[in-house]
Each structure stands twice: as C-alpha cells, then as structure tokens.
Design a protein around this ligand. Structure first.
Ligand code: PDD
Length: 305
C-alpha cells in the first residue's frame, strides 16, 4: 500500500481509510464504468487532454454522463497530485455508474462515483528495455467489437485478465490477443507493433483494439521520421516473419519483445534498430512535452521546482 498516495473521491480529497465505495456500486457489482491511466513526469500529466478526451468518449459509448466537466476533472487531478508525495506518479481516474439497487438498468444509479488516485509509479524493470520481454499468443480472443468494443476503456476487464493469466502460465510478461477473425489485436494493457519488409506495422482500429495514446504518439514520431507506417490487418505469420516487435502503453512507454511464443516460438535480438530509435524519440517527446507544459505556467497545481 502506498501511504503517500493521493485520493479524491466524488467531491473531495480523502485518506485511504476514508476512501470507501458502496457494495451496491455498479462498478463493483457489474464492472459498469470507465477509467484512464496516466503517467506523471516531474509533476506534469503526459497527454492529459488526450486521456480526458478518451475518458469522455468511453463514457459516452456506455451512455454514462461524467459527473464533472473536463476543467473540474483537471482540478481534482491537480489537487490529488499535490497531496501525493510523488512527482513521477501513476495516476488513475475512474468513473463508475454509481450506487443503486441491484439490476442492470443504468437509470438505477442517479450519481456516478468519481475517483482519482495518484501514487508511486512503479516503472517496469530496466531489463525490459535492455533485454526485452516475452510475449505469448494466447487462446483468449479480444472482445468482439460488436459485443463490448475495445475502444471503451471500461472497468469490465475480465477479457484482459483471462488473457493475462494465460500469459503468466506460459511464463510470458504480456499476452497477445487475436480478434474473433484470427487477426492480431492487442495486448492486455498494451498495443503491438512490428517491423517487416521495411515498414512499421500495427493492427488498425478496425481490428478491435483500444486506440492507445502511446500508440498514437509513436505513430506520429514514426511518420515524422519518414518511416513507412502500415495500420492494417495482420496474423501470427506476420509476427513470425518480423525483424522487430515491441509493445506500447502509457506506463511502459515502448518495450521491445525478445521472445514470441504461442504455437511457434521466435526470438528477437532485444531492441532492434527501429525500436531503439522510437524508444529514444519517445523519451525526447515526453521531455519536450514536460518542458513546454512547465514553460506555459504558472501551473495551477502549484508545484515549484
Ligand atoms: N492500459 N490496450 C489496452 C487493452 C489497454 O488497457 C491499454 C492501456 C493500451 C495502451 O493504451 P495507452 O497507450 O493509452 O496507455 C492498449 C493502461 C496502461 C492500463 O490499463 O492501466
């Protein structure tokens, strides 16, 4: 437990002991709600606008009205960060349907529950970046877009949890899920990229993925570097034929894959040339974002250097 974490519940900052939600909250009963995970660098929330826009989109896709305006959410975030003891932090904003009688009807819950958590960031071990991770193709398929669209970053995470458990059993760090058509989709909390025939490839949004914010940043960098980029439909064969594979996420940034397992196994030489270049450019992008945000100050969350 991170004793120095900041917690904001509904309308105020609370202590960990006070941070209690009803057992009749539909987030707890049904996984009915949405969330965002953000990474805070030196007190600056990286890509905050984009994360808040995605939160709004997820909420609207489940017909949940956010209980606060974007500005109110930002103020809650800054307040929470201020009491949190860390400038490099893990930040999560969660909005559930709220408390209501048992039953599926969203209208049973008049008031969504709003919760911000800011705590110590546990970045992945250095080894991940230096040696790479193992990615396992799992049997669990990514949710059908027409059933529960992966674009919704929802509290209903069992699909990903089951894939993660499978990957763990296979001794892998992350799972690679296929969609119902057998095409590459994404990891349990990450997007996947690979390099093949001189192009940087990644499953397109039509494959049923969460459009990762890190994925978008990396695609922007790749295009700026004049790399050939293909967002499309791919299969396991494409990974087996690739020269480099990596995954992306807000918390992990860009992590090379050194071993792919599944039906067949393939080893990759840790971070290849393209992956290394993108890892470095991503860090530069974060640094300039942090500098620019600080330069645009005075910051309303009151962090001083
Ligand atoms: N996970 N795909 C899924 C299913 C995810 O849950 C995530 C994010 C991503 C990567 O998205 P982004 O680059 O915006 O973080 C892709 C976050 C980190 C989480 O669940 O905590």
């Amino acid at each position: 437990m991170d004793e120095s974490a900041g917690i904001y519940l509904n309308d105020r900052l609370v202590s960990l002991a006070e941070a209690r939600v009803s057992v009749l909250d539909h987030g707890f009963l049904y996984g009915d709600g949405v969330y965002e995970t953000m990474r805070v660098y030196g007190g600056v929330v990286f890509m905050m606008e984009e994360h808040l826009a995605r939160l709004e989109k997820s909420a609207s896709l489940i017909e949940l009205r956010l209980p606060k305006s974007p500005r109110q959410i930002k103020l809650a975030i800054y307040e929470t960060l201020e009491v949190c003891g860390h400038k490099d932090a893990y930040l999560r904003v969660t909005v559930s349907r709220g408390e209501g009688p048992i039953g599926l009807d969203p209208e049973l819950c008049p008031r969504p529950t709003f919760f911000v958590y800011a705590g110590r960031l546990k970045p992945p071990p250095r080894d991940y970046y230096e040696k790479g991770i193992t990615l396992a193709m799992v049997h669990t398929r990514r949710n059908l877009m027409e059933a529960l669209d992966p674009q919704i970053k929802s509290l209903n995470f069992l699909n990903n949890i089951m894939a993660k458990a499978e990957a763990k059993k296979a001794g892998a760090h992350e799972a690679l899920m296929l969609n119902h058509r057998g095409q590459l989709a994404e990891g349990t909390t990450s997007n996947i990229f690979f390099v093949a025939k001189g192009a940087l490839c990644t499953p397109g949004p039509g494959c049923g993925i969460l459009r990762g914010i890190t994925r978008d940043v990396v695609l922007g960098i790749a295009r700026r570097l004049d790399m050939k980029v293909v967002e499309g439909e791919f299969g396991e064969e494409d990974i087996l034929g690739a020269s480099e594979v990596y995954i992306t996420s807000t918390i992990m940034e860009v992590v090379p894959v050194s071993r792919f397992t599944g039906g067949r196994t393939k080893d990759f030489p840790g971070a290849g040339e393209v992956t290394r270049a993108l890892m470095a450019e991503y860090r530069k992008e974060v640094s300039s974002y942090v500098e620019n945000t600080k330069a645009a100050g005075p910051s309303i969350w009151g962090f001083t250097e």
